[in-house]
Write a protein that binds this ligand. Structure first.
Ligand SMILES: [Zn+2]
Length: 296
C-alpha cells in the first residue's frame, strides 16, 4: 500500500529534464528501463509485477516519457501505439507493489495526457513533446502545455449515530457500493465542491467538512481529494440517473453485507476503499470538526 502522505519514491528530476541531451543520456544508461502503457493499461508479468524492459534503440521524445529515478535507476514510460499484451491497470493494481503502482499511475496518466494534447489550444498547430515528456510545445507559436490533472472530491458522510452513507452508480459492477465523488468546477474551493456535489447527489446538507488525504487516480487523469463530512440522519435523495441507490450503514450492517456478497467495496488501492476501511476500523476521525484547527 502506498503511503500517499509521505515523500514519493520517484525522483522526478525537474531541474535536469529541460535539457534534451541530458534526457537522451538517461535513456542510454545501461540499467535504464521502460514500461509500455496504453489507454488505461500496462504491461505486467505472469505474477502481476510490472514488466519493464531495458531501454533500447533511439530515444523518441514523442513516445518515450521520462518518469524519474528510483534507487539510482531511470524509468521511462512508452506509448508506442501497440496495445498488444497490455492489461487494464484496474485489473492488476491491487497486486502491484507500492512503488510500481506509483510508476504505473504516472506513466499511464502522462501517456493519456499526451494523446489528448497533440494540438495547440491557442492556435491549433501540432505540438511536440519537450522536457522528457513533462510538457508539449506548439511548433508554430511556441506555447507550452503541461500535464493536467482534474481535481475531484470524494466524501465519507457520517450521521450523528456514526453511520456511513454509501451509494452506487447505475453502471457499476453488481454489488459495488462506495463513498460519493464528483469533479471540482471552475472557481470553486474543494470544500464548496463537497457541499455542492453532495447536495446534488444525495440531497443532504453537510457540516464539518474536513480534509482526509488525496490520491492520484489516472482513469484517465483525476486527483481524488478525500473529505469527511457530517450530515443529519435524514433519508438521502439520490440524484436521478446518477445515483442508483444510497444507504446508511452501521459498521455491523456493512460487515454483514460484505460477508454475504451483497456489498462489494472498491479496490484496495483506491482512496474510496481506504476511507471506508478507516471508518470500519474506527480510525476515521469523527470528532467534533469545530474543535479541530483549520485554515481560515
Ligand atoms: Zn500554437
Amino acid at each position: 500500500m502506498i503511503d500517499w502522505f509521505a515523500e514519493s519514491s520517484l525522483d522526478r528530476v525537474a531541474e535536469q529534464r529541460g535539457d534534451p541531451d541530458w534526457v537522451r543520456a538517461a535513456w542510454s544508461e545501461t540499467d535504464a528501463v521502460v514500461l509500455r502503457v496504453g489507454e488505461l493499461s500496462v504491461e505486467v508479468t505472469a505474477d502481476a509485477a510490472l514488466l519493464v524492459r531495458p531501454t533500447a534503440g533511439a530515444y523518441d521524445p514523442d513516445v518515450h516519457y521520462l518518469l524519474g529515478r528510483i534507487d539510482g535507476r531511470w524509468w521511462f514510460g512508452a506509448r508506442d501505439g501497440d496495445d498488444a499484451g497490455l492489461v487494464l491497470l484496474r485489473s492488476v493494481m491491487d497486486q502491484l507493489p507500492a512503488t510500481e503502482l506509483e510508476v504505473a499511475f504516472t506513466a499511464m496518466g502522462l501517456a493519456a495526457w499526451h494523446a489528448g494534447a497533440r494540438f495547440c489550444p491557442v492556435c491549433g498547430a501540432a505540438t511536440e513533446a519537450v522536457r522528457g515528456g513533462q510538457a508539449r510545445r506548439c511548433t508554430r507559436c511556441g506555447t507550452d502545455q503541461f500535464p493536467r490533472t482534474d481535481p475531484a472530491v470524494i466524501v465519507a458522510i457520517v450521521d450523528p449515530a456514526g453511520r456511513l452513507l454509501l451509494g452506487r452508480g447505475p453502471v457499476w459492477p453488481a454489488g459495488r457500493y462506495s463513498v460519493f465523488a464528483g469533479f471540482v468546477e471552475m472557481g470553486e474551493s474543494l470544500e464548496q465542491a463537497v457541499h455542492r456535489e453532495m447536495a446534488e447527489e444525495v440531497g443532504l446538507p453537510l457540516t464539518g467538512v474536513t480534509y482526509l488525504g488525496s490520491q492520484p487516480w489516472p482513469f484517465p487523469r483525476s486527483l481524488m481529494v478525500g473529505f469527511l463530512a457530517h450530515a443529519p440522519a435524514a433519508e438521502p435523495v439520490p440524484a436521478e440517473g446518477e445515483i442508483e441507490s444510497a444507504r446508511w450503514f452501521t459498521v455491523d450492517e456493512l460487515r454483514a453485507a460484505m460477508a454475504s456478497g451483497e456489498v462489494v467495496l472498491p479496490p484496495h488501492t483506491s482512496i474510496a476503499r481506504r476511507m471506508v476501511e478507516a471508518w470500519l476500523d474506527g480510525t476515521l476521525p469523527t470528532d467534533d470538526p469545530h474543535a479541530r484547527s483549520r485554515l481560515t
